[in-house]
Design a protein around this ligand. Structure first.
Ligand SMILES: [Zn+2]
Length: 259
């Protein structure tokens, strides 16, 4: 065994320890440590919940008081991702911290943080059943209580983007068509959308909750798809049942669960 002459320890062990301390220090010294770690953990939930194939997915987590958010770097495989790889960007689009390029969807996330007050995290996936509705150009109708537990009505689909929007600032304009679709909708009551011919975006008050909403979206998309296959004229959930299920979990009069 090789010994460090000065400390009498194994050199490889010492080197390992120093490298580890340096990487811990890099995270600890960042004043954005909390959002980077929350963002990292939320990103890892995407493959765990089988919400992504390849690298088609990303989560961002914001610190609205400081006008910044952390987001997954572009094209990095989930198996090698580290907390300190998260890139911090401000609400004006300037890089604040990070050595890697942020996700190419960053301008879409930024547009949503600007427009939707009260959200702290945004998730984008290409989960298959939600994408099926997006590609069909169809909203996901609320057909039952599983849907109503999470979304207060149909999950809307955006209009098709124009060639000019696609050829200019594509990702920013993607955010704009989402915001346009929510002109008369409350993003805290319907915390997901389908971008037509593309896929879903979901959001929430924390990274973990936004991923939960993205997972719920995929589950209710699969259920709706099957229900519509069995009965293309499946009726929407009665209003009283929609109100009961959504409002017992959300809002001022909520009483469901332990929160
Ligand atoms: Zn995408």
């Amino acid at each position: 065994m090789r010994r460090d002459p000065e400390f009498g320890t194994d050199i490889n062990q010492t080197t390992f320890r120093i490298t580890r301390i340096q990487s811990i220090r890099a995270v600890t010294m960042s004043s954005y440590r909390e959002i980077k770690e929350e963002c990292y953990e939320a990103n890892l939930l995407l493959p765990e919940h089988k919400l992504i194939d390849l690298t088609f997915g990303n989560v961002s987590v914001a610190d609205p008081a400081r006008g910044v958010f952390a987001i997954k770097p572009s094209g990095v495989d989930y198996s090698v991702l580290q907390s300190n790889d998260m890139v911090v960007v401000d609400f004006e689009g300037r890089l604040v911290e990070g050595s890697l390029r942020p996700s190419s969807d960053t301008p879409t996330h930024r547009r949503l943080f600007q427009a939707f007050q009260g959200i702290r995290a945004v998730v984008h996936t290409h989960s298959r059943n939600a994408v099926a509705f997006a590609q069909a150009g169809r909203e996901i109708p609320c057909l039952g209580t599983t849907h109503a537990d999470y979304f207060y009505g149909s999950v809307p689909v955006t209009r098709l983007m124009t060639a000019q929007e696609i050829e200019s600032a594509y990702e920013w304009e993607t955010g704009n068509v989402i915001v346009e679709r929510f002109k008369d909708l409350d993003p805290t009551q319907i915390c997901a959308v389908l971008v037509q011919s593309h896929g879903p975006f979901a959001w929430g008050p924390s990274g973990r909750k936004a991923v939960e909403n993205a997972l719920a979206l995929e589950v209710i998309a699969e259920m709706a798809l099957k229900a519509l296959q069995l009965n293309p004229n499946a009726p929407p959930i009665p209003q009283a049942l929609l109100d009961k299920h959504f409002l017992r979990k959300h809002g001022a009069a909520a009483y469901y669960g332990q929160a």
